[in-house]
Write a protein that binds this ligand. Structure first.
Ligand code: AMP
Ligand code: MG
Length: 324
């Protein structure tokens, strides 16, 4: 079985192809805002996806060394995400489904990040730290669903990195640039640290760090920002670890590329006698491969009808497959 997966929930138009055993293609095109200093403009991103999807699919088919007609199943991330972007992916899935006479599996984008992480690392039942542009959640599986132990109350952690980066005139994606600057920082300056129970709030930290830019060097400021934001995240993850007693920790999503976060998690997991896992780099940020692979895993959910689900929560996705 060969499944073609479509990812279009935010900035990335990704097309992946997977068999039940392995990913055989993972191609993407990433939208960049036209105007400098701006974040994602949903309609612009959707236009990017519309213009690039056919070409990215051709590249994926070429990489997998196959024809379109060999596709057995289409998977699409139909939520959560930005409605105009989701629509592009879903419409494309519908068109292909009609043309090739194959079914479509709806895939929750967040579950896609988790499943590819488990596949790449062999983790079986991990506590999940899912950190991306728009999402930040601590999750673990219980009774057929992923339960949310803690999450952001405002913006996603990647978005927080990007917003702070924009205040330093650094272009999207800002996360990797802040990480590089932080490596050269030496002096830690206290910044707002907002943990509410098991939840997190990042906007106060972003606002305050953005104001501080006159008094401190960029490097020290980036270092203080990164140490603060990652400590908040690892603090709630550690509490979830102690509570759930899971023996595996899986870091996934675009912010999983942050080496300081990997280091902090590794140390924390070790203190709880747990192993620490991160997917392959190309599977950390949004990608089509994770949707294709997850689509095969949940192929029993496939049908001909599909709609977008912009506010779909990770804990609403049924993991136990009901036979139809
Ligand atoms: P995703 O939405 O999962 O594709 O992840 C994209 C987000 O990850 C963007 O907000 C990036 O700024 C962020 N990101 C990527 N690399 C890093 C990094 N090394 N450190 C922090 N954030 C990062
Ligand atoms: Mg994502």
């Amino acid at each position: 079985m060969k499944c073609l997966g479509i990812e279009s929930t935010a900035h990335t138009l990704g097309i992946g192809i997977s068999t039940p055993e392995r990913v055989i293609a993972n191609e993407k095109s990433v939208y960049k805002p036209k105007e400098e200093g701006k974040g994602i403009i949903p309609r612009e991103a959707a236009e990017h996806h519309r213009k690039t999807k056919e070409k990215v699919m051709e590249r994926a088919l070429k990489k997998a060394n196959m024809e379109k007609e060999e596709i057995d199943l289409i998977a699409v991330a139909n939520g959560p995400g930005l409605p105009p972007c989701l629509l592009e992916g879903v419409e494309f899935a519908k068109k292909l489904s009609k043309e090739l006479n194959v079914k479509i599996v709806p895939v929750n984008h967040c579950i896609g990040h988790i499943e590819i992480g488990k596949k790449d690392t062999g983790a079986k039942d991990p506590l999940v730290q899912y950190v991306s542009g728009g999402n930040t959640q601590i999750l673990s599986r219980s009774e057929g669903k992923y339960r949310v132990y803690g999450e952001t109350l405002d913006i996603g952690i990647g978005n927080a990195f990007d917003k702070f980066a924009r205040s330093l005139n650094l272009k999207m994606p800002g996360g990797p640039k802040i990480m590089k600057l932080a490596e050269k920082g030496k002096k830690y300056e206290k910044l707002p640290y907002t943990v509410k129970g098991m939840d997190l709030s990042f906007s106060g930290l972003v606002t305050e760090a953005s104001k501080n830019k006159e008094e401190m060097s960029k490097e020290d400021l980036a270092y203080s920002f990164q140490e603060t934001i990652l400590s908040m995240l690892v603090e709630v993850t550690e509490r979830a670890m102690a509570h759930t007693k899971k023996k595996e920790l899986l870091l996934t999503g675009g912010v999983a590329l942050n080496t300081r976060l990997r280091e902090m998690n590794e140390k924390m997991a070790e203190e709880h006698d747990a192993s620490f896992h991160v997917p392959k780099n190309e599977h950390c940020g949004d990608n089509g491969a994770m949707i294709a692979y997850t689509g095969i895993k949940f192929k029993e959910k496939a049908g001909k009808k599909i709609d977008i689900n912009p506010k779909w929560r990770t804990n609403q996705y049924e993991l136990k497959i009901k036979k139809q």
